[in-house]
Design a protein around this ligand. Structure first.
Ligand SMILES: Cc1cc2nc3c(=O)[nH]c(=O)nc-3n(C[C@H](O)[C@H](O)[C@H](O)COP(=O)(O)O)c2cc1C
Length: 361
């Protein structure tokens, strides 16, 4: 199709692209086949991102995109039927979307939350979650359970856990290219990365990180001689881990087995995040310990550094200790949550015109 698309489809896709993805990679492209039919080409970052070696983080993002698209379609009176094309490799799944008019379909109130939802990596209020809000969040993810880590002692345990995991992230050479490439320095907004001011560190630490991330040698020097991980872990893991209402795990009914399960988890996550937004809550995903624990369980090599592997194995055991081995295996997402304030910096998105694979304008 080499032509203009309908105003209605354009509105749907303009909203859909605001779905969240790890490091704001936006691993999706659109092929418009007709005004009521399109293909979403998913991809992942397994060739260069240690957090996505099995593609599952990207598949969660695909799910978030498809859920956002389906919610946006309701504002046009359309139901979105989504099917994954059989036979495509897991690293490049293709989703067929058919939009059909649906009489009596009301616009989902979450449409208004799509552009407002954003990650908050800095301090949130420690005000406990309102029980009615917890019930609304639980109701937004049928087929999944939310396990809460609330109260000062559990938040402290989670904060320490995240800081230990942060040491792994900052000392493994395999994560270095991702950290080097995903931050847009000195920026408050970024279309295709995470802007420096949304990272969650103070300006001095940001300057030091910017200097260090020019080479792995500098990062190693800082880590070895100047306790280089202390300030980032304090600001990125320990303090935010305490300064929130709760941490949570999104737990599936059975261990996720493949692409479809992760896509479904991404759909649930996006509903959860949009409902949280509608309740005045902010969230930050805490996905790297979930990912490393899975690598450990599945015996997937992800680092050449023995100390990192050993620490990841100990952290995986610690997670099983709090939740039980079954819940830990069935956890598809983890994060922290709390009431405001809203972040002052955020990721934006690539313009829609850059997301088409065919000549749509
Ligand atoms: C599957 C997935 C994993 C993510 N993991 C993390 C994470 O571990 N830490 C974090 O701070 N943000 C994480 N994020 C948040 C993204 O970085 C964020 O959604 C993206 O940069 C876009 O920003 P926005 O959500 O503010 O629009 C994750 C998002 C997704 C969808």
């Amino acid at each position: 199709m080499n032509s203009a698309i309908s105003a209605s489809l354009r509105r749907i896709l303009e909203l859909a692209r605001w779905a969240p993805s790890g490091d704001n990679t936006q691993p999706w492209r659109f092929e418009v086949l007709a005004d009521d039919r399109l293909r979403v080409f998913g991809h992942d970052t397994r060739t260069h991102c240690v957090y996505d070696l099995d593609g599952h983080a990207s598949q969660i993002a695909h799910g978030a995109l498809l859920e956002t698209l389906a919610i946006a379609a309701t504002a046009e009176g359309l139901h979105a039927d989504v099917r994954r094309q059989p036979g495509c490799p897991d690293s490049a799944p293709v989703y067929e979307v058919h939009l059909a008019p649906c009489e009596g379909l009301a616009a989902d109130p979450l449409v208004a939350m799509i552009e407002r939802r954003t990650v908050q990596r800095r301090a949130m209020s420690r005000h406990p979650l309102d029980p009615a809000h917890k019930a609304a969040l639980a109701a937004s993810v049928p087929g999944y359970r939310l396990v809460w880590f609330e109260g000062i002692s559990r938040r402290w345990a989670l904060a320490r856990f995240m800081a230990a995991n942060g040491k792994n992230r900052l000392t493994m050479p395999e994560a270095y290219p991702t950290h080097r490439d995903i931050i847009e320095w000195a920026a408050r907004f970024s279309e295709d990365r995470v802007p420096e001011r949304a990272v969650g560190v103070d300006p001095m630490t940001a300057r030091l990180m910017r200097w260090a991330l020019r080479s792995w040698g500098r990062v190693e020097f800082l880590n070895t001689w100047l306790a280089g991980t202390v300030m980032p872990r304090l600001q990125l893991d320990l303090l935010p881990g305490l300064r929130c209402a709760a941490h949570f795990a999104l737990v599936a009914e059975r261990p996720p087995a493949g692409t479809d399960d992760y896509v479904a988890a991404g759909r649930a996550l996006q509903r959860l995040w949009l409902v949280a937004t509608s309740l005045g809550l902010f969230m930050q995903p805490e996905m790297t310990p979930v990912i490393f624990s899975r690598y450990i369980r599945e015996g997937r090599p992800f680092t050449a550094v023995e100390a990192v592997r050993d620490r990841a194995a100990r952290l995986a055991l610690r997670m099983e200790g709090w939740m039980g081995a079954d819940d830990a295996r069935q956890t598809v997402f983890m994060g922290r949550i709390g009431y405001g304030p809203a972040p002052l910096a955020r990721s934006l998105r690539k313009p829609l015109s850059q997301l088409f694979v065919n000549g749509v304008h």
